[in-house]
Design a protein around this ligand. Structure first.
Ligand SMILES: Cc1cc2nc3c(=O)[nH]c(=O)nc-3n(C[C@H](O)[C@H](O)[C@H](O)COP(=O)(O)OP(=O)(O)OC[C@H]3O[C@@H](n4cnc5c(N)ncnc54)[C@H](O)[C@@H]3O)c2cc1C
Length: 412
């Protein structure tokens, strides 16, 4: 019996030699460079520039690397790279791959010319790596992105956009050169009046880093507010071009549905990748706990000899593998242009994020007192994992998206 249907055609779980080579290469970097540096950068709560530079030197960080991962037509290479790197460490992983969100927005919504100009600037060079930031959230607009207040006004006389507002919790905010800023061009249109703008911190005046956020986890990744105060940028810095934006807004004003919203389009594309990051952290915790359970003896035998422990490990493996299947399915669907009819991207991120929080917590329990100390990494992995039920859409928002997709109803 064959289970191949139109929906599964071309999908294989047997990785190609190329995919396995990339997996082994990233794993090697994660094991030898990232993991040994992780505790230090977590304590320092600073961007690990030397590690980013090493990643850039081997081609793991940079436009060429990203383009080659993306070129895989099955869509699996990107989640594989993310899983392996985040297996090494979540905070450093985010410092290295956090630029991906802004790059996704530029690639997905920009013109070819804009991509050619701005994508290389997101990454810099191996000698002088740069990072990029994606600024959607605001103090009063997190889950409710439609409520964002940052405005973009076109100054006809100067031929420039003028941005004003405050962005919150921005990964790489203020330390990036390239900031992709979501702003409203017409507040009356709600989220349909949003557009994405590229702002170079080095060139534009009026963009400043605000307070740096001190965090529970992912502490090697920089997070900060970004202030836009009469920030002037050239007319051509709106992603997709001003003409396209004007046409879209005119259609919306006439009552047509907008095909996509500026922030949502980016999140939809990035969710499976974010799920893969959570998976990497979950797998790290599972592998550590499995080894520990075989070695740690109590009552004269290894603790894994107790069903309670062995079953926990069995469940961890089960949940992680199940989450990976959802992540790979969504990545493959996204790459091959299949519509997320049941919000498969959201499903993958939701499941992987919740599995990561649960598995890292179980790992601490399994390690007992040791698990609670900073002498072993599982407590850090648990802190790092927690963000995956919060950013890029909280678990509740993912459920909302899935519920709306499967019901066709506007569930509130
Ligand atoms: C480390 C970190 C990095 C981040 N990086 C970025 C970044 O690079 N760029 C960026 O733009 N943003 C970034 N964010 C922001 C992040 O995306 C938001 O924090 C997230 O979307 C949640 O928004 P909020 O914090 O305002 O929570 P709120 O929206 O205030 O939600 C609070 C609680 O209410 C629940 N809730 C809200 N609405 C509903 C509803 N309708 N139904 C049920 N429950 C609901 C939520 O699920 C949550 O549990 C980052 C945040 C952090 C912490």
């Amino acid at each position: 019996m064959t289970l191949q249907t139109e929906a599964t055609e071309g999908f294989s779980l047997e990785l190609s030699q190329d995919q396995r080579d990339i997996q082994a290469w990233v794993h090697g970097f994660a094991e030898s460079v990232v993991r040994p540096a992780a505790a230090e950068w977590d304590e320092r709560e600073e961007t690990p520039w030397p590690v980013i530079q090493e990643a850039a030197k081997i081609g793991l960080y940079g436009l060429e690397g990203l383009a080659s991962f993306y070129a895989d037509e099955t869509g699996l290479t990107l989640p594989i790279v993310n899983e392996e790197l985040f297996w090494g460490d979540g905070g450093i992983g985010m410092a290295i791959l956090g630029t991906g969100l802004a790059a996704t927005a530029i690639f997905g919504q920009g013109t070819g010319e804009q991509a050619g100009e701005w994508l290389p600037r997101c990454f810099g060079t191996p000698d002088e790596p740069k990072v990029a930031a994606f600024c959607a959230s605001e103090p009063d607009a997190g889950s409710d992105v439609g409520a964002l207040r940052t405005t973009a006004r076109f100054d006809e006389a100067a031929g420039e956009w003028v941005l004003n507002g405050q962005k919150a919790w921005v990964t790489n905010g203020g330390i990036a050169d390239v900031h992709v800023v979501i702003a409203t061009v017409d507040r009356e249109l709600g989220a349909r009046g949003h557009a994405a703008f590229v702002v170079s911190k080095d060139e534009a005046k009026g963009i400043e880093q605000g307070a740096k956020v001190r965090k529970h986890g992912l502490r090697a990744s920089h997070t900060a507010d970004v202030h836009l105060d009469d920030c002037r940028i050239p007319a051509e810095n709106v992603l997709g071009g001003k003409e396209k934006l004007d046409e879209r807004l005119a259609r919306v004003r006439e009552g047509a549905r907008a095909k996509s919203q500026a922030a949502m389009a980016t999140f939809e594309a990035s969710r499976p990748v974010v799920g893969a990051q959570a998976l990497g952290i979950a797998r790290a915790a599972y592998e550590y706990a499995l080894q520990y359970a075989k070695e740690r003896e109590q009552f004269g035998r290894p603790i894994i000899a107790n069903q309670a422990i062995a079953f926990t490990l069995a469940d961890m493996k089960l949940e992680i593998d199940a989450a990976r299947l959802l992540v790979w399915r969504a990545s493959w669907m996204g790459r091959t242009g299949k519509a997320f009819a049941s919000a498969e991207g959201s499903m993958s991120k939701l499941k992987a994020g919740e599995v990561a929080v649960w598995a890292t917590e179980r790992a601490i329990q399994l390690l007992g007192g040791n698990g609670y100390t900073r002498e072993v990494p599982v407590e850090r992995w648990h802190r790092d994992a927690k963000i995956y039920t919060i950013f890029e859409g909280t678990s509740e928002i993912q459920r909302l998206v899935i519920a709306r997709a499967i019901s066709g109803l506007h569930i509130a």
